[in-house]
Design a protein around this ligand. Sequence first.
Ligand code: TMP
Length: 252
Amino acid sequence: MARRKKIYEGKAKTLFEGPEPGTIVQYFKDDATAFNAEKRDVIEGKGVLNNMLSEYFMTGLNNIGVPNHFIRRLNMREQLVRACEIIPLEVIVRNFAAGSLSKRLGIDEGTPLPRPIIEYCYKDDKLGDPLVAEEHIAAFGWASQQDMDDIVSLALRVNDFLSGVMYGVGIKLIDFKIEVGRVYDGDFQRLIVADEISPDSCRLWDIATGQKLDKDVFRRDLGSLTDAYSEVAKRLGVMPKGAVPMKPTLIN
Ligand code: TMP
C-alpha cells in the first residue's frame, strides 16, 4: 500500500494528505503535553476519545449552521477534514475565571465573569503562544478587521452551543480554545472552525462536585485523564458506558 504523505505533526495530532484534493486526514495521538510541551506523557486512549468527542461537537455545530472543517470520522483515531489556512491565533473564550486569566488578574478560579471574555494568543510554540491584543493582530496582518468580526461571531456561537450541550449533562463550560481557518469557495473566502474541540482544549467542571473533567487533570496531576475524558464521553452518549478506548493503531 502506498505510504500517505505526512503534512504536519503537532503535539497531539498528525495531519496527512487526504484522499481528495482539499481534504486532510487528522490523526489523534495519545500524546499529552502541557506548559508548551515541558510536561509530556502518553495517555493510552486519549486520541480515540478526542477523535470521538471532536466529531460529536463539530457535527453538532454543523447541524446548527456553525461552519467547521469536519467532514466525517474515518476510524477510531482519524477523521477527514476540509483543508484550510489556519489563522495563527488561538481564540479563547472564558465564561468563568480559571487558568492563566486567574493568575494574571488575581481572580479566584470559578468566579463567574460578567460576560464572556475573548482572548487571543499568537500561535508560535517558540514564543509559548503569547497573549496578544487586537492591535497586534491588525498591525502584523494576522487577520483583517472583517476576519476578526467573523472570528468573534464564530467563537460566541461555539460558546453558546458548547455551554448548552455541557450544561445538559451536568458540566459547566469554564473556558475553551478554538482555531479558525480560511477556506475558498470560488472567488469567495470564509472562515470556519478548525483543529479540534475536545477536553484537551476546554475546561469542564462537574456542576455537582466541581470535579475537573479536562486536561487540567493532566496539567495539575489530579488523577486519570482517560477516566475524566471517558466520563464526558459517557455523559454525552459518545461512548457506551464501560467501553474501553482502543489501543493505538499503527500508522505508516
Ligand atoms: P489558559 O487559562 O491556560 O490560558 O487556557 C485557556 C483555555 O485554552 C483552556 O480551556 C485550555 C485551552 N488551551 C489550549 O487549548 N491550548 C493551550 O496551549 C493552552 C495554554 C490553553
